[in-house]
Design a binder for this molecule. Structure first.
Ligand code: SF4
Length: 501
């Protein structure tokens, strides 16, 4: 459908919606307020928005739909944080906590390469006492074993954690990762870039400012990243469009984003859903919201971030296929293994084979193409080309590659906390000093921070420093979890300081 063939649909929409869609189809950028108006449409206005997004997709990205053959390795589920939407993380004492050693991750990368994969995606929890060089050592080992594999790894939260644990600046840490072989960063840990929302759904998570710092620093070093949004919880459409507006501003500056991936919140096993921890929490987005998100993303971002991905992991293959008609031009990767959405209750996640992805794309009337992580095309498939890669021939992915349930149930890779060595304790002290220094840099006096107490009577507020438990309970009633590192430390500092003003 072209701009010329949809005037009857546009004619029947409200004049302000018609004007916005007309402007975007004429190649102009729309403001977040105009995008918000599109989010409010229903009926004919909604249909016109979706058709316009599909038309814009055709003009910006053509009829090719891309996918990448990749393998996910969520190498540990042990994490010091407690994000309210995350059913994946386990405390270090939990019997389901696992940690894959580097040689096992390398084995998985080699196996993926043998199956035809071009990308390994590595993201995980934040294990306590992690050696700050672990991410660098891991990257180097995978690159050495499989030099042609693109390493897409470490969310901004993990980059911040690695930098903090090693005492390096974000810039220096990213530079070392790049030198070790890192190809790109996932723009995850992004959720909604609104600090008030983050403080409710994931208190202590990487802040908006820190996320931007990691991403823009990566871009400045020539490390591309993806971008995402997690929606369907306590946010509203105004948060969607402001989030996209921020991404668009960054992209204008850096041109470092390769794609935008809307991610529905999977609520089934999310702690904040189970335990009613957040007011007005929704059980993920509605179907209409999912369609609107992809359509508005195309209309608002498509000129600057060309690739809009529909996620079969979150939406299921059939709905992901439908979203190809609502602005999306990419259907993601094969994954092979996935733990984060699976643990939250998603029914999809192990594997969709390349041949099946191509079938979904062709059934949507489009042309499939295998791409690299950074969107260079590797092969465009003609309608009668049904060539296969070894991954297409696997019958039982769980038996062949292992599953998340096997990982959490097996003793083979059970997480064992490193003995607290002198070096580790020094790292903790250095970390505490870093956190204190940054707090000071915010204009606060570190000596006014509650003094060090006996740990057993205290809550941890950043490794190596402790807040008196009585004062914690008094000032943060109902907050049950200990704060484990700088993100939590700063969130508590912020709240603490506000109360003192
Ligand atoms: S989302 Fe990431 S940082 Fe948050 S609890 Fe889960 S694994 Fe940890």
């Amino acid at each position: 459908m072209t701009h010329e063939t949809i005037p009857s649909l546009l004619d029947r929409t409200d004049p302000d919606v018609r004007a916005i869609l007309g402007r975007v189809l004429d190649g102009q950028e729309i403001s977040w307020q105009e995008a918000l108006r599109l989010c409010e449409t229903s009926g004919v206005g909604f249909q016109a928005t979706v058709y316009s997004a599909d038309e814009l997709r055709r003009r910006q990205a053509g009829d090719i739909v891309t996918y990448v053959i990749n393998r996910n390795v969520n190498f540990t589920n042990v994490c010091v944080k407690h994000c309210g939407f995350c059913a994946f993380s386990r405390p270090y004492r939990n019997v389901e906590g696992y940690f894959l050693p580097i040689q096992e991750i390398v084995r998985r990368a080699r196996e993926a390469a043998d199956m035809g994969a071009t990308e390994i995606c590595m993201q995980a929890g934040l294990p306590p006492d992690m050696d700050g060089n672990f991410y660098v050592d891991l990257t180097r080992a995978v690159k050495k074993a499989v030099p042609d594999m693109h390493i897409h790894a470490f969310s901004p939260e993990e980059v911040l954690y690695g930098a903090t644990r090693s005492g390096a600046s974000i810039s220096d840490y990213l530079a070392v990762l790049k030198e070790a072989g890192l190809g790109s960063l996932p723009g995850t840990s992004e959720e909604i870039l609104d600090q008030d929302i983050r403080d409710v759904i994931s208190p202590g998570r990487i802040t908006v400012r820190q996320w931007i710092e990691v991403i823009t620093t990566a871009h400045s070093l020539g490390i591309p990243t993806t971008s995402t949004i997690m929606y369907g919880h306590i946010e509203t459409p105004v948060h969607w469009v402001k989030h996209m507006n921020l991404l668009r501003d960054i992209q204008h500056e850096t041109h470092g984003f390769t794609e935008f991936v809307p991610l529905s919140m999977i609520h089934q096993e999310a702690p904040m859903y189970h335990h009613h921890l957040a007011p007005r929490l929704r059980p993920g987005p509605s179907g209409i919201e999912v369609v609107k998100m992809h359509a508005v993303a195309r209309l608002m971002l498509g000129a600057s971030i060309r690739n809009i991905q529909s996620s079969w992991v979150k939406e299921g293959p059939k709905f992901a296929q439908y979203l190809l008609t609502a602005g999306a031009n990419d259907i993601g990767g094969t994954l092979i293994n996935e733990s984060i959405s699976t643990s939250a209750g998603a029914q999809y996640g192990q594997l969709v084979q390349p041949r099946e992805l191509r079938r979904l794309i062709r059934d949507a009337g489009r042309a499939p193409a295998q791409r690299k992580t950074t969107y260079e095309l590797l092969q465009v498939y003609s309608s009668d080309d049904d060539s296969t890669v070894p991954l297409d021939l696997v019958d039982d992915a769980g038996a062949r590659f292992g599953s998340y349930r096997q990982l959490t149930g097996s003793k083979e890779f059970r997480f064992a906390r490193r003995p607290r060595t002198r070096a580790a304790s020094c790292a903790a002290q250095r970390h505490s000093a870093i956190a204190g220094r940054r707090w000071t840099a915010c204009g606060q006096a570190p000596q006014e921070w509650p003094r060090v107490q006996q740990p057993r009577a205290s809550w941890s507020v950043g490794e190596g420093s402790w807040m008196d438990r009585g004062r914690f309970d008094q000032d943060f009633p109902g907050r049950k979890q200990a704060c484990q590192y700088e993100g939590d430390f700063k969130a508590v500092c912020r709240a603490w300081n506000q109360r003192r003003q």
